[in-house]
Write a protein that binds this ligand. Sequence first.
Ligand code: DAT
Ligand code: MG
Length: 132
Amino acid sequence: MGVTFSMIKPDAFKQGLSGRILSDIEQSGFKIVKMRVVRMSRDQAMDFYNSLSHLPFYNDLCDYMSSGPIVALVLEADDAVKRFRDLIGATDPAMAMCGTIRSKYGISKGSNAIHGSDSDLSAEREVKFFDL
Ligand code: DAT
Ligand code: MG
């Protein structure tokens, strides 16, 4: 059994899409192990995304991720990291495959509804980071 970390991002939370997104996640075979509504400070957002600090969108990303509450999730399934990335789709909702969470609920490359860990190592770091 594998574990991954996810966040329902501020745009989706604010629009009242959390219930539908959680339903999609559960119907795809993921077990919700931990879940909490939290708001990241800007410093926490900077720390969470520190590997992207050299990129031009980093400041906007940190502003956005600290702009409102998120739903932090620890999810369990076989091959959880890869299967969850498949479920959420590409970073840009316009490029994400039909039926994926980002294609259904994302607004833009920045406001793309949901986060999913990109490796087992990231999942471990991100679960610890939020200490749910
Ligand atoms: P992902 O979330 O698909 O793993 P990432 O780790 O490369 O993508 O980037 C983290 C977040 O940063 C992403 O979910 C949304 C934002 N982002 C990525 N590329 C972007 C871009 N070109 N313009 C604006 N925001 C971007
Ligand atoms: Mg990533």
